[in-house]
Ligand binder design. Structure first.
Ligand code: DUC
Ligand code: ZN
Length: 461
């Protein structure tokens, strides 16, 4: 027995069209007309859009920092994701200094297994580089983790130097992996932050001053050169500034395998938030910081033209009490914003409904391209044979985002009071309806760990 969704518009990365979609078992069985078989459930969905389950390739759930942990763990984070139409997340498992890759990955499985409401996979973030890690990488890739992250920022904790970036990139490239890099010059950030604090600038307004766009763009340019020398495909995470995009576009024109991700916060929010007092500014501290409104406009253009490949959230959530720890020294404010629940509606409402983004680019950047780049077979597409991950989206509903109606485990949302158009009505994960009318239908965490293909093997739905 299957389920036939009728009367809606099917939205894909290459076009939108009226057709029915039949789910059977865990997959999309067929797309077309007259699909119902005896015993099928038929669901009539006039005026709705059917989207592939969205894929968020940048989350930090249950991430331990020196003094605190992120507010969302895998249970709350993946529940919020699913309610917002994201059926797969790729979280950054981290091997902290002194840990082996296997130890880092095992710890992340321990955090996620049996708790996730949507499907999930891991990248592996490496916080140093040594021979033993190089030896471990083939078995990591065999375990379905085919992308790796290195940080050029966070001096003294996550940051690695250029030699390590180069050596890791050589190894990852040779193994057919994809290298994700946080591009900000951590030495410059640390020096400027110290200078600011010494001159009496200690509040949250100091945070963006310590890491301006030039600090990001320099690191992007340097990393592009390193990846080119190392012959390693590069994915630049959370690009926030037009200056960085210029570096990326130039290198792509030279033929380098290079991909760019941005996040809703860089498209929709700007540095004006840091001009407010105390917690009102601290709530918006993340790295890279919010930029100018002109940067946001330029990023929309780059996304619409396909120069930015993906939109992910960098969901890394803290409560206001956690943010308050650094009110007198911005260096202590935990970096990050909540957002995994709101990505689809924000991109639809502020992008598609406002004419900044085509429906195709919306689907590609939020669903299809992330699945393809990160080797998630069966995800990000509504073609027959794909996983039955389907979002029923009602583009007519108007509502207001608020901390009071979100499911992130935070007491604020960066988008408080924003009126949006469009709402996730129901969500199917591998053929089973798990969300309807904006609520989870069952309290059982049904998310599964997904092994990913190496970048070099490509992926077909
Ligand atoms: N930036 C953030 O704002 N949070 C998590 C990690 C990062 O790089
Ligand atoms: Zn991140």
């Amino acid at each position: 027995m299957g389920t036939v969704l009728t009367g809606a518009t099917i939205c894909t990365a290459s076009g939108a069209f009226r057709a029915d979609l039949r789910l059977e078992g865990e997959t999309v069985d067929s797309v077309g007309f007259g699909l119902a078989r005896p015993g099928d459930a038929v669901v009539d969905l006039p005026d709705r859009l059917l989207l592939p389950g969205a894929v968020d390739v940048h989350t930090h759930f249950d991430l331990p920092l020196t003094t605190t942990s992120t507010a969302d763990d895998f249970a709350s984070g993946t529940a919020a994701a699913l309610l917002g139409g994201t059926t797969t997340v790729v979280d950054y498992a981290t091997a902290f200094r002194g840990q082996s890759a296997a130890e880092g990955i095992e710890a992340w499985h321990g955090r996620a297994d049996g708790r996730a409401f949507c499907d999930y996979a891991f990248h592996l973030a490496l916080t140093d580089w040594k021979g033993s890690l190089a030896e471990e990488l083939p078995s990591v890739i065999d375990g379905g983790i085919s992308s790796f992250k290195l940080y050029m920022a966070y001096k003294g904790s996550l940051q690695v130097d250029d030699g390590a970036l180069y050596a890791a990139a050589r190894r990852i490239g040779e193994l057919g992996g994809l290298l994700c890099v946080h591009c900000e010059n951590g030495d410059l950030v640390a020096a400027r932050a110290e200078e600011l604090v010494a001159s009496g600038v200690t509040g949250p307004a100091g945070h963006p001053l310590s890491r301006p766009a030039s600090v990001e763009a320099e690191a992007v340019g340097r990393m592009i050169a390193i990846a080119d020398l190392a012959r390693c495909p590069l994915y630049v995470v959370h690009v926030s500034a037009e200056r960085s995009m210029r570096e990326i576009v130039m290198a792509r024109r030279r033929g380098q395998p290079l991909f760019a991700e941005t996040c809703p916060q860089y498209l929709l929010l700007d540095e004006g938030r840091y001009g407010r007092e105390g917690l009102k500014a601290a709530a918006f501290v993340l790295a890279p910081p919010l930029r100018s409104a002109a940067d946001g406009r330029a990023l929309w253009g780059r996304l619409a033209r396909g120069e930015i490949d993906t939109v992910a959230t960098d969901h890394c959530s803290f409560t206001l009490a956690q943010k308050a720890v650094g009110l007198d020294d911005f260096r202590l404010i935990p970096n990050g914003l909540p957002g995994v629940e709101h990505r689809l509606v924000l991109l639809y409402s502020e992008g598609v409904a406002k004419g900044r983004l085509s429906l195709e680019r919306f689907v590609d950047s939020c669903c299809t391209a992330p699945a393809r780049l990160f080797g998630l077979r069966g995800k990000g597409s509504l073609e027959p044979g794909s996983d039955g991950d389907v979002v029923v989206f009602d583009p007519r509903v108007e509502w207001v985002l608020s901390a009071s109606n979100q499911h992130h485990r935070t007491d604020y949302t960066p988008y408080e009071g924003l009126a949006v158009k469009g709402r996730v009505e129901s969500v199917f994960l591998r053929g089973r309806r798990l969300v309807d009318g904006g609520t989870l239908l069952d309290g059982t965490p049904r998310g599964r760990y997904r092994r990913r293909q190496p970048f070099s093997k490509g992926v077909r739905p």
